[in-house]
Design a protein around this ligand. Structure first.
Ligand SMILES: [Zn+2]
Length: 219
């Protein structure tokens, strides 16, 4: 029985490292160079799973045996049954997260492959809004931000890749101790316009978790 343990961002990280290694193998680099890429790839992957069980380690470590394109492809598809998907959400659950939004535009959830989702994000361009749904410490949280398109490529604060980004400004619910009742703070970040692209790029959730904690005020 497979106990899923590879989240979307983990999978992206493994894919990225496997690709680097595959390139080194294909380029016929100096064997020493290839071996150091191999060691580096394994280290990056294992660091993402500090609590891996023996079986999980073995599954991941077979990365070091790969040489050919077919083997790399086989390795990645062998990981798919281990993928822990984002537990699907319903339209009702999403609406409950944004009780103040009258005509909330909800994405077509049936079309979402939740295996490749770290967060759900979508924009309502007409209303200049962006919505983000994430499971923070096992609890669904909704973030609403003001959405200002840039129509330009820039570094996304979540996936850190150069993509078309928009400025997303969210008002935080967290207040410093002793702040006045009308204390107000907004956080602005450049974020991928296309959340599917962002979810495919994400290899680390630290920035997302920090942002979700700051905005929702959960510690
Ligand atoms: Zn992004």
């Amino acid at each position: 029985m497979c106990q899923p343990f590879i989240r979307n961002h983990h999978y992206n990280l493994i894919k990225k490292q496997a690709k680097l290694l595959q390139q080194a193998c294909e380029n016929g680099s100096d064997p020493k160079v290839t071996e150091s890429v191999r060691d580096g790839a394994l280290l990056s992957v294992m660091e993402a799973f500090p609590e891996a069980s023996e079986l999980q380690r073995q599954t991941l470590e077979s990365l070091t045996t790969l040489r050919t394109e077919a083997q790399f492809r086989g390795y990645l598809s062998s990981l798919e049954p281990w993928m822990e998907r984002f537990e699907p959400v319903t339209e009702q659950q999403i609406k409950k997260l944004f009780p103040k939004v009258k005509k909330l535009k909800v994405p077509d959830l049936a079309a979402v492959d939740f295996r490749y989702v770290t967060y759900l994000g979508w924009s309502d361009v007409a209303a200049s809004k962006l919505y983000l749904v994430y499971r923070l410490d096992g609890k669904l949280v909704g973030i609403e931000g003001r959405f200002t398109p840039t129509h330009k490529k820039g570094a996304c604060f979540l996936c850190r890749r150069q993509e078309e980004v928009a400025l997303v400004t969210a008002v935080t619910k967290s207040k410093p101790a002793g702040a006045s009742p009308d204390y107000y703070k907004a956080i602005g970040n450049y974020l991928c316009v296309d959340s599917e692209v962002c979810n495919r790029n994400l290899t680390d959730i630290a920035a997302l978790e920090r942002f979700a904690r700051d905005v929702t005020g959960s510690r």
